[in-house]
Design a protein around this ligand. Structure first.
Ligand SMILES: NC(=O)c1ccc[n+]([C@@H]2O[C@H](COP(=O)([O-])OP(=O)(O)OC[C@H]3O[C@@H](n4cnc5c(N)ncnc54)[C@H](O)[C@@H]3O)[C@@H](O)[C@H]2O)c1
Length: 296
């Protein structure tokens, strides 16, 4: 929480339910991820971390892929410990951590090879979530080109490289399908104000259109590709922006019909839906989860 501005908690029913992990409860079995392996880029923290938690609570094993290997390892440990404490009679999930720069093709290739090694996830990958990404606020005329290229390198190339890497495994080696979920943003559809972030907005529009294009290109291989486009969610990424410009918080919330920023757990249902058989006819979709921001 910022020391310079007072921010009320981003409460929601989902957040309250996720606060204290509960033993498994009954739900539709098509939402189960029992025995599946889910790879989450940027899974060491923020939205990616909460998606890892959703997958584990739905029965999956997880591979966290992150530039920050130390945080990825610590998050993998925390996820396993928390799940085991809440579900002592159930088998513990396999949660592995992999250091990777998603914008570097060699790093991506090596990491996906590492994930399927016998000591990690030898049965292969079932689901990929691309959550690694970042935002910067610069006026367009002042934004240094190398920084723009770095942002596109992670947000766009990183998404592309990871999706193609897993698709190659499914199409060429395993002859099977899978589910890819790309984390876009409402900024891929709306120009959110007042902060200037044109290259970020363009990068997230590209992510949404990559998901749609891959969905069409790979449908014949049984690969589904969808996009989740969050609104303002409270994570380290947004906290840093609010710390630097505290006046933004009230400005943002005043434009959100739901009257609050999102909590990462507000994305749990959508990501489990898109990863599971419950969404077997859903491909090329963009699910906006923004408290209504983009519909007014
Ligand atoms: N937080 C929000 O309000 C919000 C809203 C819409 C979309 N998003 C998108 O969601 C995604 C996650 O955002 P977040 O808020 O969880 O951010 P975050 O900064 O909390 O987490 C991002 C994670 O990605 C990792 N990462 C960054 N660059 C990487 C690279 N080159 N290779 C591998 N890992 C890398 C970081 O180490 C970090 O662990 C981003 O793509 C972001 O654009 C966030």
């Amino acid at each position: 929480m910022s020391s310079s501005t007072t921010i009320p908690p981003t409460t929601s029913a989902a957040a309250a339910a996720a606060e204290a992990p509960q033993p498994q409860k009954r739900t539709l079995s098509i939402f189960s991820l029992e025995g599946k392996t889910c790879v989450v880029t940027g899974g060491a923290r923020g939205l990616g971390y909460t998606m890892c938690q959703a997958f584990i609570e739905s029965g999956a094993n997880v591979a966290i892929l992150d530039l920050n290997g130390t945080e990825a390892r610590s998050s993998a440990e925390t996820l396993t410990t928390n799940y085991t404490a809440a579900n002592p009679t159930l088998p513990p999930p396999k949660v592995t951590a992999h250091t990777c720069d998603v914008s570097d093709p060699i790093s991506v290739s090596k990491t996906f090879e590492e994930i399927i090694q016998p000591h990690n996830h030898p049965s292969g990958i079932d689901v990929l979530v691309t959550s690694a990404g970042f935002v910067e606020n610069f006026k367009a005329e002042e934004y240094p080109l190398p920084r723009i290229q770095k942002l596109w390198g992670v947000n766009v190339d990183g998404t592309y490289l990871c999706a193609v890497e897993v698709a190659k495994e499914w199409i060429l080696k395993k002859k099977r399908g899978g589910s890819i979920i790309m984390v876009g943003s409402m900024s891929g559809t709306a120009v959110n104000v007042p902060q200037a972030q044109a290259p970020y907005n363009a990068s997230k529009a590209a992510v949404r259109q990559l998901a749609a294009s891959f969905a069409v290109e790979w449908a014949e291989h049984g690969i589904r590709v969808n996009c989740i486009s969050p609104g303002y969610m409270m994570t380290a990424l947004t906290q840093k922006i609010i710390d630097e410009q505290p006046e933004l918080y009230n400005n943002w919330v005043s434009r959100i019909p739901a009257g609050r920023m999102g909590n990462p757990v507000d994305l749990m249902g959508a990501v489990v839906y898109l990863a599971s058989d419950a969404s077997s006819y859903t491909t090329g979709a963009d699910i906006r989860i923004d408290g209504g921001y983009t519909v007014i």
